[in-house]
Design a binder for this molecule. Structure first.
Ligand SMILES: [Zn+2]
Length: 78
């Protein structure tokens, strides 16, 4: 397995789309390839950063909804 193969398998593993034989071959490659281990850790950090960014975006969206609801309540208060 080349590093390119391993890295494409790593991406697919994140999506949970790896066959058992592929996962085993990947683990074997990772055991002897520090470069791909570094890539794995980078991928994990990048993925967490994206999740965090999405969480912030969702919070901002939620805040906008709450504000809109508050304004609606104020506008319709009798
Ligand atoms: Zn490699």
């Amino acid at each position: 397995m080349t590093c390119f193969d391993a890295q494409s398998l790593l991406s697919r593993r994140r999506d949970g789309a790896l066959a058992a034989a592929e996962a085993t071959a990947l683990e074997t490659h990772l055991a002897g390839c520090p470069d791909c281990v570094r890539w794995t850790s980078w991928l994990d950090r990048a993925s967490r950063a994206v999740s965090a960014a999405l969480a912030v975006e969702l919070s901002a969206e939620l805040a906008a909804e709450v504000l809109e609801l508050a304004q609606h309540l104020v506008a319709t208060r009798k």
